[in-house]
Design a protein around this ligand. Sequence first.
Ligand code: DC
Length: 493
Amino acid sequence: MVGSLPTAAAIAHAGITLPADAVIAIDGPAGSGKSTTARALARRFGLTYIDSGAMYRALTLAARRKDIASEDGDRLAALLAAARLELRDDRRESSVIWDGQDVSSAIRTPEIDRSVSRVSSHASVRAVMVERQRELGRRGSVVMEGRDIGSVVFPLATAKIYLDASLAAREARRHRQFRDGGRTVAPQEVRRELAERDRRDSERAESPLTISPDAIVLDTSDWSLAEQIERAAETCLINPYLDTLLDTDRESAVRALPLNYRIAYACFDQIARFFGLRQIGYNRRSVPAGIILVSNHVHWYDPPIIGATFLRSPLRTLAKEELIHGPLGFLFRLLDIIPIHRKGYDADAFGEARRALQNGSCLFIFPEGTRRPVGRPGPVKNGLGILCQETGADVLPLFIRGTWGLMPGGSPRSPLEVRYGPMVRLHALPILQRQYDRQAINRRIAKLFETIFCELQARCYRDRPETPFEQGLFQRLTRKFAAKDRRLFGPSP
Ligand code: DC
């Protein structure tokens, strides 16, 4: 629940450390102290430090050497795709190697500063770069800094830190950096360059610099370096600390279930076992009260299969009102679903969902609003953002796969799997609410969960690759669902 964060003393007292596969994402504008902080965290926690900005800089340098214009996204992406780009981090110094050549100092010049934002603004370039960055972080134990690390590259990072600082503070720091490096640059020049880069990095259409709703924002303007590092280190441990509070006793949670849920879950459990469900994440845990569970949605069979993985009550589901009047209406009434009218905004349904959360129930929703073609999660509708903003609830994302190919004992055509992600806590909501209107925040929350569903899908496919059956379904269903979307929600913008 968004609110006051645990104190450093509580975290230290609980003896919390980072999990072995931790990924720390640090974002923020130029000059906010990301590199220094990230390096210090790498040393403190024994992580590999990755400077994603250096990767964009190396590409910018290579493009200049090959006379590729910074506007030519396709050629830039091709150049990057064909290159060997390595980052070496020996704890004291990190180096950037492009096709075997150390370019660590050549990428830190005013010329590169000036053109790197443009080079990094192309969707085609970012697609290749983000894949490289994800590959570097795949095994975890990394701290990566940049502009879109929490929002795009690692949407399920263990900790997301957004470092901010006033333009004046950043200008003073940059000026000192230049002076220490033996360069003289006029203060107005430093300020102009920072302001220009801020503007380009945050206004570009593709993965702009943005505060991910689940980031913890640290304004470092008035902090010493030591203080900044200390606060960042404490921040890394906040989610792992809050996770330890989730470790409640599943057996007693099950015993406390009201009879109607106990019967329904027992049925769902039998169905799931029959079809060979594999469940990943949250296996031995029950889930705290008052959270929102969100899932992608591909088939009518999703709800009972997901129900089989969830053992905490009461779980209220927002579901289309037609279900109440259908042949299984009695079952849905037994499970106390919240019927929703899907055209437009159903204030009654949202009011009831909000009250359910505030009374300590968990709420289940399919935030895409309807079923989507297998293999293509999203787009997420505004409803999730509305509920998050109204209640500040934490969100537990999960991904379901395989309900189109059910076969007794498990299907090789499409493995049946429910994969839970970590709990997503929208720490930044109060700050975002001071800066943006509600609609803009809804969009950001939607975007975050679209990225999370894609990441969970990628994890499923990494374990068990997408099958030809699933690829065929994707083709078939894409056409079918496009027509249904138009009927339900009107023409797409
Ligand atoms: O952190 P830096 O100043 O070295 O980054 C150089 C540029 O690269 C920055 O202006 C924007 C871009 N960048 C980006 O678009 N996404 C990232 N994750 C990192 C950097």
